[in-house]
Design a protein. Structure first.
Length: 344
């Protein structure tokens, strides 16, 4: 499974790893050591050269660890490793070339942009202390993280510049819709609903009583916003297919339009309340309703194609020379027509 994915998606893996906003410096270190006798690690050595610089085995293995994590629960076998190494080598080469291009094109990043990106990372941790502990365990300083973020934002700006010329023809969008409408744009029977989750049962009960008394949805939610986990504005209900209604929400089937569900305890800290807005029959969504999404999908594809072509140019410019070709050799599958050697 992983081998098949790698064979068909190496270029898009490279685009994803290089271009997306990911703090790759949050990965483990120390698999290899420079020289011998340092902490018992294996001897580090150069596996390739590009742009006048050597690429070390330790950098390759670190990148492989990061990429392997992206495959999640998929099992990676020894047969997958050569293509995985090739994808990582391409990433390393392109990343270095991107930094050079950023410098050549004088692309700058403001401190406020770095601060915003850093806050986005910090918000992924439950507390500031947990974030600082993670940095300490990873042998990173916040200065290291900011420097890497500055590089990545600059690379992102460069990629936006590279793909700025991408455009979508409405004719292409219509062709895709006509070809895929029965598969991709057929919506099953279901319901549109507004939902809100509360942390406190007493607040949830009070909100429900106010809604039953005729108060407006948005006004009620605003009044108790401090106790709300998730919610939808009244003007933006969500669609739930009938077949996906959870057991506690199957009451929606028989509710009248505009009626409230009973309070539903989802978890110990989440109490859900919903109002049924409409019942929707199964239908193919019209082109006018989905054309924006189709155009965005096609535009993203065009941008990836431009970025992919640019990456290939950068690799050629780097003049990659592999020093340990065995690491990247893919085993050829045994031929089905091969005959066993006879001993007679």
């Amino acid at each position: 499974m992983v081998m098949k994915y790698l064979r068909t998606n190496v270029r898009w893996i490279m685009i994803t790893v290089v271009a997306l906003f990911v703090v790759s410096c949050f990965a483990g270190y120390g698999m290899y050591s420079r020289g011998q006798g340092q902490g018992g690690g294996m001897r580090d050595y150069a596996v390739a050269e590009a742009g006048g610089k050597k690429i070390m085995r330790s950098s390759l293995e670190k990148g492989m660890q990061e990429m392997a994590e992206q495959f999640g629960n998929q099992q990676i076998t020894s047969a997958d490793l050569p293509l995985l190494r090739k994808a990582v080598l391409d990433n390393i080469v392109v990343s270095e070339q991107l930094l050079r291009e950023v410098e050549n094109q004088k692309i700058t990043v403001g401190d406020d942009e770095v601060a915003t990106a850093l806050k986005r990372i910090q918000d992924q941790f439950p507390t500031k202390e947990a974030y600082m502990q993670y940095l300490q365990r990873s042998n990173l300083s916040e200065k290291d993280v900011k420097a890497r973020l500055r590089e990545q934002i600059a690379q992102q700006k460069l990629m936006e510049k590279v793909s700025a010329g991408a455009s979508v023809d409405i004719v292409d969008a219509r062709k895709l819709y006509d070809a895929m409408k029965d598969m991709m744009f057929r919506r099953p029977m279901g319901y549109t609903v507004n939902v809100v989750t509360f942390r406190s049962e007493s607040v949830a009960k009070e909100a429900r009583q106010k809604l039953l008394a005729g108060e407006k949805w948005d006004d009620v939610l605003k009044a108790c916003s401090g106790d709300i986990g998730n919610s939808t504005p009244y003007s933006k209900p969500v669609f739930i297919p009938d077949r996906e209604l959870a057991s506690d929400l199957q009451v929606i089937r028989t509710l009248g339009i505009g009626k409230l569900t009973p309070l539903v305890r989802i978890t110990s800290d989440d109490i859900l309340l919903a109002v049924k807005r409409t019942k929707e029959a199964e239908r193919v969504l019209p082109f006018a309703e989905v054309s924006g999404d189709i155009e965005q999908t096609l535009l993203a594809q065009k941008k990836r194609e431009l970025q992919g072509a640019y990456f290939e140019e950068l690799k050629k410019k780097a003049g990659v020379k592999v020093l340990d070709p065995k690491l990247f050799e893919v085993e050829k599958p045994a031929s089905a027509d091969a005959k066993p050697v006879s001993g007679e």
